[in-house]
Design a protein around this ligand. Structure first.
Ligand code: IYR
Length: 224
């Protein structure tokens, strides 16, 4: 028996000239998204974060198994715990664990082991990937294209947060296993994927020149 399908009723077709304007507007909007490392402590409503996480959850995924879990962290105690653990790891990274070539690549960004934003920002969103699961809550099936799926959902999340009017930062302390413990997601089935920091930018937030250099279409695309 073939599975049931329903008609596609929510697709919107725009006149071609509107399509180009929409695409250009979207590009301009995305070009205003910058990774920032100084956040204001101004509160951000949980409801806004919930909408953005639902947007992330609308991403395509292998067999639609949605192999992700988001932990939205607002608690000052938990944020402080994450900061302490992340800074300890980053100190090791910057003090020599990272190869010279990696440290050189980071110089133009001006990053260091100080991660004050992990406490200042009102929300941290820890993204976890799941090896097994399925579409139903109780399923224990294999998940497919887990890394690709969670990458897509994380991209959707960044866009949703930016679109809602929030600043964002992707943070990937290495190794990230401490996040599993702190977030209570330390089953064998789940792996920490990325930590997203979000909130209003601080008044004196800056963007490194280096991060503004985006490759041209010719550099990133070929047409056949
Ligand atoms: N995780 C470290 C180092 C770092 C690595 C890359 I690749 C970046 O693009 C930025 C930072 C840190 O957060 O400082």
């Amino acid at each position: 028996m073939t599975e049931q399908h329903v008609p596609l009723t929510d697709f919107i077709e725009y006149p071609p000239e509107q399509m180009l304007a929409r695409a250009a507007q979207h590009l301009a909007d995305l070009r205003r998204r910058h990774s920032i490392r100084k956040f204001s402590s101004r509160p951000v409503a949980r409801e806004l974060i919930e909408q953005c996480i639902l947007a992330a959850g609308s991403a395509p995924s292998g067999a639609n198994h949605q192999p992700w879990h988001f932990v939205a962290i607002h608690s000052p105690e938990v944020k402080q715990h994450i900061r302490i653990e992340a800074e300890a790891l980053e100190q090791g990274f910057y003090a020599g664990r990272a190869p010279e070539e990696w440290l050189d690549a980071l110089k133009p960004l001006g990053t260091d082991a100080n991660k004050a934003y992990l406490e200042t920002a009102p929300w941290l969103i820890a993204v976890f990937s799941k090896k097994r699961g399925g579409i139903e809550e109780q399923d224990d099936k294999n998940n497919y294209y887990v890394h690709e799926s969670v990458g897509l959902a994380t991209g959707f999340l960044l866009q949703a947060l930016h679109h809602a009017g929030l600043g964002t930062l992707t943070h990937t302390p290495k190794p990230m296993s401490f996040l599993s413990k702190i977030c209570g997601r330390d089953s064998d089935n789940e792996r920490p994927y990325m930590l997203i920091v979000t909130g209003y930018p601080a008044e004196d937030a800056t963007v490194p020149q280096h991060a503004l250099k985006k490759k041209t279409l010719q550099q990133i695309c070929s047409f056949l």
